[in-house]
Design a protein around this ligand. Structure first.
Ligand SMILES: [Zn+2]
Length: 82
């Protein structure tokens, strides 16, 4: 399922990016903050985000902890930028 060629999948901030994408964050804004193209973010959201959007898959405890960490970090980044 996971493409190694997707620059979002291999991004160190992927967990936070995934969460923001799932919440409908602006791809242009995310791309600007993380050095990714909005086109790639859209591709990633459409093809690689199923694990977040499909409740039957769910997230393991480690994933949830990681996402919470990334979430707060992303929130700080957004505030710092404004
Ligand atoms: Zn991807």
């Amino acid at each position: 399922m996971t493409s190694r060629r997707c620059s979002v999948c291999v991004h160190p901030e992927r967990a936070g990016i995934d969460l923001l994408l799932a919440r409908g964050a602006s791809m242009a804004e995310l791309g600007r903050q993380h050095g990714l193209s909005p086109h790639m973010l859209r591709y990633h959201k459409n093809n690689h985000l199923a694990y977040l959007l499909d409740p039957s898959v769910g997230l393991g405890p480690l994933d949830l902890i990681g996402i919470r960490t990334m979430q707060s970090r992303a929130r700080r980044t957004v505030h710092k930028g404004s």
